[in-house]
Design a protein around this ligand. Structure first.
Ligand SMILES: [Zn+2]
Length: 591
């Protein structure tokens, strides 16, 4: 299968009715030139999701997602670009033409597919071996003792790796795979003597699959206590990044969408036990903390994630990072407080355990509140030094939370317990904010490194930048001039990408969205929708440009000051004064 031709992609885009495609996921109402509705990507009560049927684009002014019909199908169905095109072609009766691709890219794609086959075949072999081989009896017994039935084990493809040194190696080679391929997917490894042998031996095997059920790696649990590590995973390869994977996502994704939440646990058997007990929205993180990548993967599907992890054991740093990513995506991370020394698999096996677990999930509390509680619990409030240490730990947790009533509540509780003034606690939180600028900095700091998607969280520079770029699309003749004048010094990092892209796509930005840069595609969709909807004028463009220019000069003045380059600073200050005059004149003209 070669690449789908660009003409075919174009015909699919023209044939597919974006309003119809999106209407399957949310109700859309016509409002002027646009269609609006509740965003199918984030929880909201008032519609901020917009569809432009002419341009065939969507954009959410609440959470910032956006793109074309193909992008929408990719996101909602968990497909890649080619698969989304195929699905739409099928649905709208478009015949796809394929073109020859660059031989190197083709070789890479074929190799990748071949490696995928190897992994799937091997997963099938392990699964068969668990049920049929006499040497797997003790593994079957172990799984049975943990209360896991055959049905769930088969559903998740749980298997067993033989104790021999080279079963998978030989089988693989007999099926036409070479040692390099076996090594590339982490099934074979080099021994000290230089020979190759099976990485997984005498272990219960849990295939780790992606959203679409393709096996990308394995987790293997030792059967004997003298067998080295209790769990061995596939090593990190081009193919497999453990920190990106969610164990069980292929089996859980529908239940997650339906429940509107995901339950996140640590281990393989936890996931199996929970699915068996009816908690089908459960996935595993294969570690003690949820990673940023895992949060991102879930953020497209749900807005609430309940962590049934040992939140105390998880490094606080890791949890803070996950929390910041979640806050930036308007996602709630909750903690279900599983009692110390117990895990969900054990709870499911015990009498009444499922009910107890359900209650813990229902009572789950905000991750930040939970972590603050942990710090307070282990603080001796009689000691001033201890109280200071606790405050230092708590400040970044609350800073990562974002403003809101629930944070104010926690601030009050902390102030009471540590016997500080609430204002002092708040001051420490503000100081720990990643966005806060020290004295001497420009009043308006550069965009914070915190991930943001919501339109409400833009800095004024980003708002100006977007307003100018939307007008460049609305008035392309003047716009191309401004695109030439804008430099990196005027723009945010995303703005730099947008300008570079618009320079070559200004005539028809809607029909050729980049599909390898989601953030950029989302921004372009937004700009096109705004361009079609909001008034543009040459005066307003000039004003926005001059304001960006003013910001650039001010940044340069600050930089010159830091270098003690007073001559340069004086020169720039004169430039700024002239500029301020021009801005005032332009504002008068623009009315
Ligand atoms: Zn949204």
């Amino acid at each position: 299968m070669a690449l789908i031709s660009a003409e075919s992609v174009e015909r699919v885009k023209q044939a597919a009715d974006i309003v119809e495609v999106i209407s399957a996921h949310t109700d859309l109402r016509r409002q002027g030139a646009r269609w609006v509705g509740l965003c199918p990507f984030h929880e909201e009560r008032t519609p901020s999701f917009s569809v432009d049927a002419q341009e065939r684009l969507y954009h959410c002014f609440g959470c910032g997602v956006g793109g074309d019909t193909i992008k929408f199908v990719e996101e909602k169905e968990g497909l890649n670009f080619a698969e989304a095109v195929e699905l739409l072609a099928d649905r709208y009766g478009v015949e796809l033409e394929r073109e020859r691709e660059d031989p190197q890219a083709e070789a890479r794609r074929l190799q990748r597919r071949r490696l995928g086959e190897l992994l799937d075949r091997t997963a099938g072999f392990y699964a068969g071996y668990l049920w049929d081989a006499p040497e797997s009896a003790k593994a079957r017994e172990y799984l049975g003792e943990r209360g896991l039935g055959e049905e769930v084990l088969r559903e998740f493809g749980v298997g067993y790796a033989p104790s021999a040194w080279d079963t998978v190696l030989l089988r693989g080679q007999r099926a036409g795979f070479d040692v390099g391929q076996l090594r590339a997917v982490g099934l074979a490894q080099k021994g000290r003597g230089g020979g190759e042998y099976d990485r997984f031996r005498e272990r219960i095997m849990f295939p780790i699959r992606d959203r679409r059920g393709r096996t990308l790696g394995f987790g293997g649990r030792a059967m004997r206590s003298d067998q080295g590590a209790k769990y061995v995973n596939t090593a990190e390869t081009d193919f497999f990044h453990k920190s990106h994977m969610l164990y069980g996502i292929d089996r859980a994704k529908e239940a997650i969408a339906k429940a509107g939440r995901a339950l996140v646990v640590e281990g393989y058997t936890d996931v199996l036990a929970l699915h068996q007990a009816g908690f089908r929205e459960s996935v595993g993180v294969m570690g003690t903390a949820i990673t940023e990548e895992q949060v991102k993967a879930l953020s497209g599907m749900v807005d609430t994630v309940v962590l049934a992890l040992d939140a105390d054991a998880a490094g606080q740093e890791a949890m803070l990072r996950a929390q910041r990513v979640a806050a930036g995506r308007k996602m709630r991370l909750l903690v279900a407080a599983v009692p110390a020394g117990e895990d969900p698999a054990e709870m499911m096996a015990a009498e009444g355990g499922a009910e107890r677990f359900r209650a813990l999930v229902e009572e789950a509390m905000d991750l930040a509140a939970y972590q603050v509680g942990l710090v307070l619990d282990r603080t001796d409030t009689g000691s001033p030094a201890e109280r200071d240490r606790a405050m230092a730990e708590i400040a970044p947790i609350l800073a990562g939370m974002g403003e809101g009533a629930s944070r104010d509540d926690i601030v009050r509780r902390v102030a009471e317990r540590l016997d500080f003034e609430p204002a002092l606690v708040m001051g420490r939180v503000t100081a720990a904010q990643p966005t806060s600028g020290g004295p001497g900095q420009a009043a308006e700091a550069e965009p914070a490194p915190v991930p943001r998607r919501g339109g409400g969280e833009l800095t004024s520079r980003e708002r100006r930048e977007r307003s100018l770029l939307a007008m460049c699309i609305a008035l392309p003749e003047q716009g191309s001039g401004y695109l030439k004048r804008l430099t990196e010094q005027h723009l945010s990092t995303l703005g730099i990408r947008a300008v570079a892209w618009l320079r070559s796509n200004l005539q028809d930005p809607a029909s050729n969205l980049p599909h390898d840069d989601d953030e950029l595609a989302g921004l372009i969709a937004e700009l096109v929708i705004v361009a079609n909807d909001e008034p543009a004028s040459v005066e307003a463009m000039e004003l926005n440009f001059l304001l960006l220019e003013q910001r650039r000069i001010e940044n340069e003045i600050a930089a010159a000051g830091e270098r003690d380059d007073y001559e340069r600073r004086a020169l720039l200050s004169r430039e700024r004064a002239e500029l301020v005059e021009r801005i005032a004149r332009t504002e008068r003209v623009g009315g």
